[in-house]
Design a protein around this ligand. Structure first.
Ligand code: BT5
Length: 342
């Protein structure tokens, strides 16, 4: 059963300090100490006031952390959040396009399928569909996205971009960059993009993007941007077939990641990239992609319907198509396809 939640919750939480990986925070201290820790000890360790500690604990509770507070004993972390704190996410995105309307599901077939149905039925731009688990999560070309319940992020966003169908690839890249920005603002991992839609940490896949669109060549009706990320997934929770190729933010960084905070940041950075692209074009997206291009200058094979084509990856053109240097100096463009390293 789905629960429908509308944003526009009263302002209950305003983050005054940017969380940063290099800085220890209240949650780190509570995680390190299984018993009670006094507010005084936390405030001294972090070099902040008791009041700041108290406020931080309040905001953590809003994000679903079960923290008990007992006078003269202090605070104790009882449990990490099991589900996403949607009121928190709605609050963080309350001034945003991608925060107008949330649909949150314990379980759904696929957030992309739901978002496409909503888009086709006239849902406004900015509608977000989030699920803790998918029974038939989709990848490209009929493939699957598999993720254990409550461990990753699985969501889709409805957009109605005033761009041509030919720019759809660039929106995939824009979404990938937004995801990299959000992840790197919260963890110490570096993420690269494997054209067209994979997010990689070192050589392993941490996430994928599935963009689906409908409309005419010169007028898009809607775009659904689906993002799947392995966040707190443990190694042994991944399907056996993926254990050698997949990774989660937790296993890569050694620390659990607050999924609600990450979802809020993803939506905000996605909106920022999207608005910038619509207003100013895709130059910034292309520049930033070059700095994150996993395939650049590597020997690759592109699987096409007519068989594999091999060459050296040369980045993307102004429409987001992959450029491949073939033997004999000829450069070929690929608008879609699967790429493997050679
Ligand atoms: C993708 O496809 O990578 C796009 C995945 C998009 C998933 C999101 S979740 C929210 C939204 N709703 C949906 O139904 N989908 C989107 P592709 O490039 O085709 O990659 C699929 C391949 O990635 C699979 O064949 C597996 O090899 C691999 N894979 C599946 N699950 C994975 C996981 N959790 N981690 C890493 N790799 C995975």
């Amino acid at each position: 059963m789905g629960v429908v939640m509308e944003s526009g919750a009263p302002i209950v939480y305003v983050e005054t300090k940017k969380m940063h990986h290099s800085k220890r925070t209240v949650i780190d201290i509570l995680r390190e100490n299984p018993g009670f820790v006094s507010g005084e000890a936390i405030s001294q360790t972090l070099g902040v006031s008791r009041n700041a500690v108290h406020k931080h604990v309040k905001s953590l509770r809003k994000r679903g952390y079960d923290i008990v507070g007992v006078s003269r004993r202090g605070y104790k972390l009882e449990d990490e959040p099991a589900t996403l704190a949607m009121p928190f996410v709605a609050d963080r995105t309350r001034h945003s396009l991608l925060g107008r309307s949330f649909r949150y599901y314990d379980e759904i077939e696929s957030t992309n399928v739901e978002a496409k149905n909503l888009a086709a039925a006239g849902a406004p731009e900015g509608t977000v569909v989030v699920a803790e688990q998918q029974s038939a999560g989709r990848g490209r070309l009929g493939r699957r996205w598999t993720s254990p319940a409550g461990k990753g992020l699985l969501f889709s966003v409805v957009l109605r971009p005033p761009v041509d169908m030919a720019d759809v690839h660039l929106l995939t890249i824009a979404a990938a960059i937004a995801a990299c920005d959000a992840i790197e603002s919260l963890t110490d991992v570096s993420v690269r993009i494997k054209w067209p839609n994979d997010l990689l940490i070192d050589d392993r896949k941490v996430g994928g993007i599935l963009l689906e669109a409908a409309g005419e060549q010169d007028a898009i009706d809607w775009v659904v941007v689906g993002i799947g990320l392995n966040v707190n997934t443990e190694y042994n929770e991944l399907p056996v077939a993926l254990r050698r190729t997949a990774v989660s933010l937790k296993t890569a960084s050694g620390k659990p990641v607050d999924r609600s905070e990450l979802l809020a940041r993803l939506l905000l950075s996605l909106e920022e990239r999207y608005m910038d692209a619509v207003r100013n074009g895709f130059d910034r997206v292309l520049t930033d992609f070059r700095a994150r291009d996993y395939l650049a200058r590597r020997s690759i094979s592109v699987q096409t319907r007519r068989g594999p084509v091999t060459g050296v990856a040369l980045g993307v053109d102004e429409k987001g198509a992959l450029l491949v240097q073939l033997p004999h100096r000829h450069v070929q463009r690929f608008h879609s396809g699967d790429v493997t390293l050679r």
